[in-house]
Design a protein around this ligand. Sequence first.
Ligand SMILES: Cc1cc2nc3c(=O)[nH]c(=O)nc-3n(C[C@H](O)[C@H](O)[C@H](O)COP(=O)(O)OP(=O)(O)OC[C@H]3O[C@@H](n4cnc5c(N)ncnc54)[C@H](O)[C@@H]3O)c2cc1C
Length: 382
Amino acid sequence: MDFQLTEQQTLIRDMARSFAEGELMPRATQMDRQAFIDPEVFAKMGELGLWGLTVPEAYGGAGMGNVELALVLEEVNRACASTGVTLSVHNSLLGAPIHKWGSEEQKRTWLPRLATGETIGAYCLTEPNAGSDAGALRTSAKLDGDTWVINGTKVWVTNGGTCGVMLVYARTGTAESRAKGISAFVVPKNTPGVTVGKHEKKCGIRASSTTEILLENVRLPKSALMGKLDDGFTIAMDTLDGGRIGIAAQSIGIGRACLEAAVKYAKEREQFGQPIANFQAIQWKLADMSTRLDASRMLVHKAAWMRDKKERCSQQAAEAKLFASQTANFCADECLQIHGGAGYTDHFHVERLFRDARITEIYEGASDIQRIVISRAVLNGV
Ligand SMILES: Cc1cc2nc3c(=O)[nH]c(=O)nc-3n(C[C@H](O)[C@H](O)[C@H](O)COP(=O)(O)OP(=O)(O)OC[C@H]3O[C@@H](n4cnc5c(N)ncnc54)[C@H](O)[C@@H]3O)c2cc1C
């Protein structure tokens, strides 16, 4: 066993840290207030190759794995969780499944553009009546001769406003077929019939784009199907194993930012004639934050390492997401408490961290759903 990062992993982590500290930290509060990510940030991520981190070199990417992606996401999210989720969804929920399940034509068409950030990716599974129960989705895809015709409404689509291509899950079986009758389609956003609906105003990660996507008689060639017919649910769940590792890494980044802010404030703030860091009650909060963050990182790196070795890691990814997202919220809560009244105002970025942390326990499967995945593995070995 070796806990040491490789030289390449250290280099990529340090590059991401320097980008996060130099470009994101100074902008994060402003981007949160304006509710969009500066275009210069997107361009800089293209220059650094972050959009194509896990795209194979043969298709113009950096050819790295999930461990490297987790390292980068921790650094980016430590500075700005809105940028972090944008990058996570693009890499793990679009680039990764196209690489794993896409046809050669789909790979050649999309991966080079995704690698540079010329095209941003989105993942459209959730619908108004199909959230945790994704197998109940109603968006339909029907063959009309050689053309797929897609109709439906997707909600809460991360990158919905900024993307150029989407992975859309639609029902190809009967209404009763549930998870067994769903297929995945690669849908260019400029296809006639695709429109961006409501832009959500969110509690946290406000600078990231979250929208409805409306699909009305969207006509696509047969080649738009990704993977086999009716295999969509398997693709969606396998893809989420990778995505959950990304959100778990996001959680560590947010939690680490909370710990760092709490340490700084505890050393500066004086009450009863001394820094509040001298009080054991404060020290114990810091100790618990640090311990949970280190444990989260172990879970994340183990799950990412298993996925890179192509081992099934649904349980490990769910455990990493469950624990790391709880840790992010624990750290955000304790950090705000250590800041006292000032933490509850916009005097510090702590209130943004508190808002940003909350989503990690909801998207890409709420904590209850992670527990279902884990307990199923514990009880039945699957
Ligand atoms: C900001 C944001 C970005 C998102 N981005 C995307 C995206 O890019 N693509 C996409 O497809 N989706 C996206 N989502 C959707 C997200 O994955 C869902 O919100 C999430 O899966 C939960 O679904 P829901 O909101 O419908 O909650 P519901 O499924 O209605 O759940 C409500 C509550 O009930 C609990 N619950 C549900 N079923 C069970 C059960 N069987 N046992 C115990 N408890 C249960 C849940 O844990 C939750 O606490 C995003 C959501 C948000 C808020």
